[in-house]
Design a protein around this ligand. Structure first.
Ligand code: GTR
Length: 363
């Protein structure tokens, strides 16, 4: 087999193939288990309880009279462990859909972007994922959430994804929140986090990784020129992963999955990838390949339009242009609003496909 051929999403480990939606549920579990074991580690457990204490609330005139509410989220009984989530709630009557972003460490959500979100009628919820575990290999495992669950094997990306899930635990309980319309968005390593968090948590209606590359929306087997490999990423960021991933450096074709498998776990819920064509390190071609393969799962489940791909010229970044594309997709997916953009356009028509299988006929 061509070493770039992406594994058949629908073929169980025992060689049999998915023929029904019930089979797909089982195959989904099989894929998730492989992905967690090798790539991210198993997420820290869902805590016995999660609580939110309001730290602060005021009307922010600079944000069109949105209400800024700050919560301290605490989980237990292990720990206890706490971190902060901030909400900007649009002026007016809810419940409102929510956009949750964990890249508070980078402040990529500028005031301009916050206004874009609010003007479309969404709550903007934010936390700082590095308050869950730090983004620094040198600090070791005696910090943050690692100390609460010392016997688990999760890396930082899994811990950050756990942070998204705890925010959703709280968002679901708030009167202002339309719990059926919670979206998550993140950039680069934050995009890897969002893809993992959205693949696992079926409460999340839309997952939108931006420029997320290797171990995100990229591809292990199909590396475009200048793109990041398993060898590169595990050398530079060992703390993001369990040790096992590095064993696959140079042996990518032996992985029992590729990143199309993770994307397929998001189906039938919404998935939008936003990519930049000059962001070579993030492997835009590979991201398209795994998108096209994951779309087979959406086709099988009867909702091909719920998976979208958007690309722009330029390099690595998460700016207003990316957010506008995301908001258009969200408006269309969650509210059926008409959209001008084509979220299924192939930016690389000359590339050719790297999978020879198709989704089974819908039963
Ligand atoms: C890079 C890393 C990428 C990407 C990026 C980022 O250095 O190699 O995988 O995550 O950082 O997070 O901005």
């Amino acid at each position: 087999m061509d070493s770039k051929e992406l594994p058949d999403l629908f073929r169980f480990d025992d060689g049999s193939r998915v023929v029904s939606k019930a089979d797909w549920r089982r195959r989904r579990e099989e894929l998730l288990s492989h992905i967690l074991e090798i790539e991210y580690g198993r997420l820290p457990p869902k805590p016995g309880w999660v609580r939110a204490d309001e730290l602060h609330s005021h009307v922010a005139e600079a944000f069109g009279n949105a209400r800024h509410v700050q919560y301290q989220i605490t989980t237990g009984p292990q720990g206890p462990f706490s971190f902060v989530m901030d909400l900007l709630v649009p002026d007016g009557n809810g419940p409102f859909p929510v956009i949750l972003n964990g890249d508070g460490c980078w402040k990529t959500v500028t005031d301009e972007i916050a206004m874009l979100v609010l003007l479309r009628g969404y709550i903007l919820a934010q936390f700082n994922r590095v308050t869950i575990v730090p983004d620094n290999a040198a600090l070791g495992k005696n910090v943050g959430l690692y100390r609460v669950y010392p016997h688990c094997d999760f890396g930082a990306i899994a811990a950050w994804a756990w942070g998204y899930h705890r925010c959703v635990d709280i968002l679901e309980t708030l009167q202002d929140v339309d719990r059926s319309r919670i979206s998550i968005v993140g950039h680069s390593r934050g995009g890897k986090t969002v893809l993992l968090a959205g693949a696992i948590d079926e409460r999340i209606a839309l997952s939108a990784p931006n420029n997320s590359g290797c171990c995100g929306a990229g591809c292990f087997r199909w590396q475009g020129s200048g793109s990041e490999t398993i060898a590169d990423i595990t050398r530079a960021f060992p703390h993001w992963f369990p040790r096992k991933l590095a064993e696959y450096a140079g042996r990518e074709a032996e992985l029992p999955f590729d990143q199309h498998s993770l994307k397929a776990l998001v189906a039938p819920r919404g998935l939008l990838q936003t990519e930049a064509l000059s962001d070579r390190w993030a492997n835009p071609e590979g991201s398209w390949q795994t998108f096209a393969a994951a779309k087979e799962a959406y086709t099988f489940l009867g909702v091909p339009e719920k998976a979208g791909f958007w690309f722009r010229e330029g390099g690595h970044g998460h700016g207003p242009e990316d957010w506008k594309a995301f908001l258009d997709f969200a408006d269309s997916l969650l509210f059926g609003k008409p959209v001008e953009r084509d979220f299924s356009a192939n930016p690389f028509p000359a590339l050719g496909s790297c999978f020879s299988w198709k989704s089974p006929p819908v039963s």
